[in-house]
Design a protein around this ligand. Sequence first.
Ligand SMILES: [Fe+2]
Length: 222
Amino acid sequence: MLSLSSDGWSLAKRVCFHDDELLALARSYGPLLHWNFGPVMTMKYQKDAANYLFSDEVVPFHWDGAFYKEPKLLLFYCLESEGEGGETTFSDTTKLWNSLTEVEKEECRNVTLTYTTEKKAHYGGTIRVPLVQTHPVTGDVILRLAEKVETEKNPVTLTIEGGSEGFYDRMVRKLYENMIAHKWEKGDLLIVDNFRYLHGRRALKSNMNRCFKRIQILPEVL
Ligand SMILES: [Fe+2]
């Protein structure tokens, strides 16, 4: 079992797993989130994709399960990655929070965000969430700030209540200041805390055969 480091981000290299081994590993952390395609999603470029996740576009920062059930952990297993682009980006919101001044923290506490997207893949709907939340396991502060998704395919719109002029742009800049961009190699197995980290993806550029398995692990008690 890959032990999760205290910063909620753990990587193993050159792992060789079949689907059943991957599932057994994921289940050792908790119950799995099932979708209409089952618990394992294959992430790969699709020509004419209806959802931008399967296009070659940038995927802005978000957390998984926002429109359904929120997993505590995400497991990514890389089957193929070669060439430029396609790095997965992670932003540590607890680190970001700890870098804020008291005045900035107070402003954040008064912000509520509403996200809306049409269901074109396995998720969709409207959610309204406070920006500042508490990690259900560690008790640390986490920030639920997903970026707007401006795409032709299935945009995610954002309405912000609270915050002064330029608040969103300032906070997004901070997300990128606290970013890790992981350049994948075949056999990378990465487990990341979906409460603490936001994640996204750089455009695929020449890395069009990039392929992953992704499994979402739920908290024990829902
Ligand atoms: Fe995601």
